[in-house]
Design a protein around this ligand. Structure first.
Ligand code: F6P
Length: 521
């Protein structure tokens, strides 16, 4: 099995050095450092990344950069950029950066982009007509995980600028979600997008079948499926079998992982809601970050620095969770998106060399919309017992005309990171806030498609860089398979089939309790 380096990370000199440096950081008072970092912020196009509230000084930053060098991170980045098979367990490249190229995009990518942007424009300008001759009033996007979270985040975030028809998302296999997604829609004016790389994912297949039945029951026109349903997939044979003809299939490639796919036709709902110009801007923002990753020196390379900070906090300062605090309502889905991006990528315990990881890998990623969290979970952040790190994300310029609200929102954003980092001394123990929690603030100039593209690409590359140092493969997700396999025989029990002996007593008892309440199962 190929690996960037053959050593486990903790065998590197820099890792040991960081261990020594961390001891003095942990032993020091937790508030503001006496030897603050010089610098501590970087501008990356429309993003300002401030990491001066990390528990970091110049010496520990130098040691972190040495860790990146000794981990051969530059070689790993070069392999990613060159399209080499960095997904070693599946022997595939991870070429999502190709999707962000414009002038010199490869033909297969450029052709596919032209096709789905043309569909998006025709839906937007009304030249796409349903089989009864009416333009689309709504689009239902069916998909889950990487085929859902990115598009929904972007559409939701940029909704104030949306000019296309209504876009709804259907991901969960919960029947309530199906009903909610279809409520009030007229199939004659609805376009359905089924996004699934595999075209076998249970949730998506169940939902696609349910939406197809809904469509057929109301239109009584099986011939209309081929026009009102399109697919985004690497498995066009299965899509055709479902009823979507070749012409309605938009291609995904084996070199594209689901959680890195919003830049492909998986982003069709983005293009429909916002237009192809905005979609191209999103790509351009991400592409600029790709160029930065490729060319910036390690000590100024923002994704590299964010990865190193994650490693510093996770492996040396004991943080087991990382909060994503969105100080902008439009980014409320960012924590959900990052949960998949980070945890499905780097929630691994086997290294590239096949050995069990002997260091911690991805922390638990969680978070929420602020300032709501300040009146909910921030108490634990300030006075709880556990170490954590946080990213606070805000936009300097809002898209509303309530300056007073915005000034208060951003004042609270800055105040929270200050409180987390510096804490407050007090005579009474219950008033004391220890501080010492490392925070990064990411400030977008304003929430444009370009800035959002840059932000998401920044996180993608941070995830890759951290994986390379941890020596794990961020591009597979074998851990999610077990639950999928176990569900099938339990489903059989719920439907009154299968043998009880195949289930453990707890599962069998729960299945019986569900069945006893249900005449429908
Ligand atoms: O179950 C996890 C997963 O495989 C994700 O990695 C992926 O984004 C999601 O399911 C959806 O997969 P697909 O696009 O093949 O339906």
């Amino acid at each position: 099995m190929s690996a960037w380096t053959s050593s486990a990370p903790e065998q590197l000199d820099a890792w040991r050095r960081l261990g020594t440096l961390a001891q003095s950081v942990v032993a020091a008072p937790r508030g503001r450092s006496s030897t603050p970092l010089s610098g501590g912020s970087e501008r990356l196009g429309p993003l300002l990344i401030d990491y001066s509230k990390q528990r970091l000084d110049d010496e520990s930053k130098r040691a972190l950069v040495a860790l990146a060098e000794q981990s051969e991170l530059p070689a790993a980045i070069a392999k990613l950029c060159a399209g080499e098979p960095v997904n070693v367990t599946e022997n595939r490249a991870a070429r999502h950066m190709d999707l962000r190229m414009s002038a010199n995009a490869k033909a297969e990518v450029a052709d596919e982009r032209r096709r789905f942007l043309a569909l998006a424009e025709s839906v937007r300008n009304g030249t796409w007509r349903g089989t009864t001759g009416r333009p689309a009033a709504a689009v239902v996007h069916i998909g889950i995980g990487g085929s859902h979270l990115g598009p929904e985040l972007v559409v939701d975030a940029l909704a104030p600028a949306a000019t296309g028809p209504e876009v709804r998302f259907l991901a969960n296999m919960d029947g309530h979600a199906v009903n909610a997604a279809l409520a009030g829609l007229d199939p004659a004016t609805t376009l359905v997008v089924i996004a699934s790389k595999s075209f076998t994912t249970l949730e998506t297949m169940l939902n696609a079948a349910a939406v197809k039945s809904w469509f057929l029951e109301r239109t009584c026109d099986p011939g209309a499926i081929a026009h009102h349903f399109v697919a985004v997939t690497a498995n066009t044979a299965a899509a055709e079998q479902f009823g979507v003809p070749q012409a309605g299939c938009f291609r995904l490639w084996d070199w594209l992982g689901g959680r890195f796919s919003l830049w492909s036709a998986v982003g069709l709902p983005i293009a429909i809601a916002l237009g192809s110009e905005a979609f191209e801007e999103l790509l351009a923002g991400a592409h600029a970050v790709d160029e930065h990753l490729r060319s910036a020196p390690l000590h100024r390379n923002v994704p590299v620095l964010l990865a190193l900070l994650q490693i510093w906090n996770t492996n040396f300062l004991g943080a087991s969770s990382h909060a994503v605090l969105a100080y902008d309502r439009r980014l409320k889905l960012l924590p959900d998106y990052l949960q998949q991006l980070e945890m499905e990528s780097n929630g691994k315990s086997v290294r590239l060399d096949g050995e069990r990881a002997t260091t911690h890998t991805c922390p638990v990623i969680w978070g929420g919309e602020e300032s709501n969290g300040q009146h909910a979970f921030h108490q634990l952040l300030h006075q709880g017992t556990r170490a954590f790190s946080a990213d606070l994300i805000a936009c300097a310029k809002p898209a509303h005309d309530l300056p007073n609200h915005h000034a208060w929102l951003l004042a609270n954003c800055l105040a929270q990171s200050k409180a987390m980092r510096e804490g407050r001394a007090a005579d009474e123990p219950h008033r004391r806030v220890e501080g010492g929690h490392p925070c990064t603030t990411i400030l977008l100039d304003e929430l444009t498609p370009r800035a959002l593209g840059a932000l998401l690409a920044l996180y993608e590359h941070k995830v890759f860089c951290a994986s390379a140092i941890w020596q794990i493969n961020p591009f597979d997700q074998w851990g999610v398979e077990l639950g999928k396999e176990l569900a099938a025989p339990i489903y059989a029990r719920l439907r009154g089939k299968g043998k009880s002996a195949t289930q453990d007593p707890s599962t069998e008892a729960l299945a019986n309790a569900i069945r006893s309440q249900n005449r429908v199962l």
